[in-house]
Design a protein around this ligand. Structure first.
Ligand code: AMP
Length: 180
């Protein structure tokens, strides 16, 4: 991809991310990516650019975090020739799960992943839409780490630079397509 193309894509994607002040709580500036998802070319170029840095890493599985990590993670898995594994809110997965509790920008939560999905020898990329405080990604790294598989890195569409997520994730390989 040329620099000019990259800059154009960057501009196009930013123009399709809507900011919703005070959603879902006062003080949160919510990044609404639904306009981007609704535009076929932008959706495709976003997921291609999120997958590209990991194209030579032999990724075997993409782990997507509920729920926008599913939307972005599934096409990225297909582009990388990898399988897709959902990490979900508690009580949603039907089989035996591994669980981790974590802090969110707004509140606390927990995440679960099926226990029998990842194992030694698998090479994993975690995908989500927004990196804010880093609690969600760190928790997912823990879930993946507990499986014995190799965590290669994380790919997010947006990193919020004024929150502590990039610092919290400094020991992992994190690619963020857009920084705000
Ligand atoms: P955090 O754990 O604080 O890094 O928060 C990341 C998770 O919360 C991601 O799964 C995002 O979907 C969601 N999130 C946090 N902050 C925002 C925001 N400002 N806009 C949209 N989603 C957000």
């Amino acid at each position: 991809m040329t620099a000019a193309t990259r800059a154009e894509i960057d501009r196009e994607l930013r123009s399709l991310i809507r900011e919703i002040p005070n959603f879902p709580k006062p003080g949160i500036n919510f990044k609404d990516i639904t306009p981007l998802l609704a535009k076929a070319a932008a959706f495709r170029s976003a997921t291609e650019a999120m997958a590209a840095p990991f194209a030579s890493d032999g990724i075997t599985h993409v782990v997507g975090i509920e729920s926008r990590g599913f939307i972005l993670g599934a096409p990225i898995a297909q582009q990388l020739g990898a399988g897709f594994i959902p990490v979900r809110k508690p009580g949603k997965l039907p089989h035996t799960v591994e669980r981790v509790d974590y802090k969110l920008e707004y509140g606390t939560d927990a995440l679960e992943m099926h226990r029998d999905t990842l194992e030694w020898g698998h090479r994993v990329l975690i995908v989500d839409d927004v990196l804010a405080t880093g609690g969600t990604l760190k928790a997912t790294c823990e879930l993946v780490g507990a499986t014995g598989s190799e965590l290669i890195g994380c790919s997010v569409l947006i990193a919020l630079a004024d929150l502590s997520g990039l610092t919290a994730m400094r020991h992992w390989r994190v690619h963020s397509l857009l920084r705000y």
